[in-house]
Design a protein around this ligand. Structure first.
Ligand code: CP
Length: 304
């Protein structure tokens, strides 16, 4: 049976731990002779802009011996009304997998249901599971063990936050999200995260006070305040989210060895200051690099 990766819940906690282990092996001992995607073509259907996700998938597919085909809305007939189910069935006749960045979670669900090939969610408005894979891997690289590690997420409870909740609660981390009223993560993801955390020994809390959230945290994580498609709300968002800016003062309230994460792109001077982006304890570029290693492990798992 084909496998899809639409949320982290498409993996068991054991499979997730295995992917993180495999990511580590691929990062530490790259093997140019290992080509599980030899002779395979992978489509990248992207309806939204991307730097990291697009390039890391294309490079990763190439490194695994495969070929990537980038499909923007203007390249395919979807934007001219060709139904999703026809698109999914036709692409299944050519491709070995389809990586999709789109607006609605329903779109990736329909594509996965109709396609005979694995479908990977490369970001929707609700989730960003590929990002969460790299986030967990980056945390694991910088701490003894994931279980019991405290992480504070600051700002907008967006798609990145929703997937982080799932990943942290599957792996037993203690996640505190500091969000202003009206910016909480998705309720369903929070409830499910709490259920998962009760099994893994982790915890998920939402608080309003950013200083309380970072207290004792080993990792501080933030993301843009205005995601793609929310540009009309940018002014209000800047005002509402201003107290949640990741700056020197907030970093000094965290654990003394706390490290900084950001999924990028960053808006310096909004959710994070220039100083913190460039801080010696910022591991943001490692986190971006780790998109490559974790997605290679994911592609290998989906297609081997
Ligand atoms: N973090 C992330 O998904 O970056 P891109 O939007 O550049 O792909």
């Amino acid at each position: 049976m084909k496998k899809d990766f639409l949320t982290l819940l498409d993996l068991t906690p054991q499979e997730l731990a295995g992917l993180l282990q495999r990511s580590r092996e691929m990062k530490q001992s790259p093997d140019p002779g290992h080509c599980p995607l030899l002779g395979k073509s992978v489509g990248l259907l992207f309806e939204k802009a991307s730097t990291r996700t697009r390039v890391s998938f294309e490079v990763g597919i190439h490194q695994l011996g495969g070929q990537s085909i980038f499909l923007s809305p203007r390249d395919v007939h979807l934007s001219r009304g060709e139904p999703l189910h026809d698109t999914a069935r036709v692409l299944s006749r050519y491709l070995s997998a389809l990586v999709v960045r789109t607006f609605s979670q329903e779109t990736v669900q329909i594509l996965a249901k109709e396609a005979d090939i694995p479908v990977v969610n490369a970001l929707t408005g609700l989730t960003h599971p590929c990002q969460a894979l790299a986030d967990l891997f980056t945390i694991q690289e910088n701490t003894d063990q994931l279980k019991g590690t405290r992480i504070a997420y600051l700002g907008d409870g967006n798609n990145v936050a929703n997937s982080l909740i799932t990943g942290c609660s599957m792996m037993g981390l203690d996640l505190v999200l500091a969000c202003p009223d009206g910016y909480d993560p998705d309720k369903g993801y929070l409830e499910n995260g709490r259920r998962l955390a009760s099994r893994s020994g982790g915890s998920v809390q939402v608080v309003r006070d950013p200083t309380a959230a970072v207290s004792g945290a080993r990792f501080l994580y933030t993301d843009v305040w205005t995601s793609m498609g929310q540009e009309d709300e940018a002014r209000k968002r800047r005002r509402d989210l201003a107290p949640y800016q990741l700056n020197t003062e907030l970093l000094s309230s965290a654990s003394e060895d706390a490290m900084v994460l950001h999924c990028l792109p960053a808006h310096r001077g909004e959710e994070i200051t220039d100083e913190i982006m460039e801080h010696p304890r910022s591991i943001i570029l490692d986190q971006a690099e780790n998109r490559l290693h974790t997605q290679k492990a994911l592609m290998e798992w989906l297609l081997s």
